[in-house]
Design a protein around this ligand. Structure first.
Ligand code: TRP
Ligand code: ZN
Length: 320
């Protein structure tokens, strides 16, 4: 959904202006005002939240058909990977399924590269695709997975040709201790690690009683996200729960600049936070965290929409 950003000219506004000029609807409109040529750096598109929710509905169906979860080593995880991979393959990505073993079961990371750009400077965005065994994992972490997927599909729709190379990732077995993302980082040569300019992580971005947390890490990445929310007039707080809580951690540990977004898990929203963000103070950001009720109804659409748009804004901005 389009949220108005101050100072941004929407395509619709440009079309309206051009229509008025070409139809002569503006009286005495000579000399015609100059319409600025498109700038070299393409603006990030709006990410349709309906599409993101469509992916969440599919992940919910996959869980329902596979014993109620999408956990590592279970059929619902592999079905989730197959769903995401098919979308990316059809959109022109080069995909790789990376296999590993954890707790005696096969796990998978899905890596998708967008052809083009400087492969010596890679901007990467990722999210964990596995749930816990207790439930379908729609906020944790269908939300991040669906938003990263829809951003990748938006790259394809725009046929975006950024200066830097783009790579998207869906991690397996995060819930067992970031097993998939650790495996990926360990599998990279030091030369290939050095080529990753940024790793952006999205783990829980549609919490039903949301907060707007920006990882307090690489300053450039953090500023990019904060600028986006400032443009919407939304206050953010630094994400300070610690660096060991999600898949950005293995990247950070080898010196790769990291950042990300988070809308809250089992911590309680304070009165001050409810005053600036709305929602319910004295309640968890996500009362269904790691529970069977983390279903399609456990999503705040406004938070999902804003965070998906911020994700695309950062991917475009950092890679242009
Ligand atoms: N990674 C956690 C999970 O998947 C979620 C989480 C809790 C989190 N606190 C966090 C993610 C802080 C990022 C930052 O269960
Ligand atoms: Zn989790």
């Amino acid at each position: 959904m389009k949220l108005s950003v101050p100072g941004r000219v929407t395509p619709a506004a440009i079309i309206t202006a051009v229509t008025l000029l070409t139809t002569g609807a503006i009286s005495g409109a000579a000399p015609a005002p100059t319409i600025a040529a498109p700038t070299a750096a393409a603006a990030a598109p709006d990410i349709p939240v309906a599409n993101v929710k469509g992916h969440l509905a599919q992940l919910q169906s996959i869980a329902t058909a596979n014993g109620g979860n999408r956990a590592h080593g279970r059929t619902g995880y592999k079905a989730s990977v197959d769903y995401v991979k098919a979308k990316l393959d059809a959109a022109g990505f080069t995909t790789v399924l990376q296999q590993f073993t954890s707790s005696g079961r096969t796990g998978y990371n899905l890596i998708a590269d967008w052809p083009g750009g400087d492969t010596g400077h890679v901007v990467m965005a990722g999210s964990h695709l596995d749930s816990v065994t207790a439930g379908p994992g729609i906020n944790d972490n269908g939300s991040g997975s669906a938003a990263v997927l829809e951003t990748a599909l938006a790259v394809s729709r725009a046929q975006y040709q950024p200066t830097r190379h783009l790579r998207f990732a869906w991690w397996g077995a995060e819930e067992l201790g970031m097993v998939g993302s650790k495996y990926y980082v360990n599998s990279l040569s030091s030369a290939n690690r050095a080529k990753i300019s940024d790793y952006l992580n999205f783990d829980m971005i549609g919490s039903p009683n949301p907060g707007y947390f920006v990882y307090d890490d690489d300053p450039t990445i953090e500023k990019t996200f904060k600028d986006y929310f400032a443009g919407l007039g939304i206050a953010t707080e630094p994400e300070t729960e610690g660096d060991g809580r999600s898949d950005h951690s293995p990247f950070k540990n080898v010196g790769i600049p990291v950042g990300g977004l988070f809308s809250g898990a089992d911590y309680i929203k304070t009165a001050a936070q409810a005053a600036k963000w709305g929602g319910t103070s004295g309640q968890a950001f996500d009362r269904c965290y790691h529970a069977s009720c983390d279903t399609s109804s456990n999503i705040n659409d406004t938070a999902l929409n804003r965070n998906a748009d911020a994700l695309a804004y950062a991917v475009w901005g950092l890679s242009s």
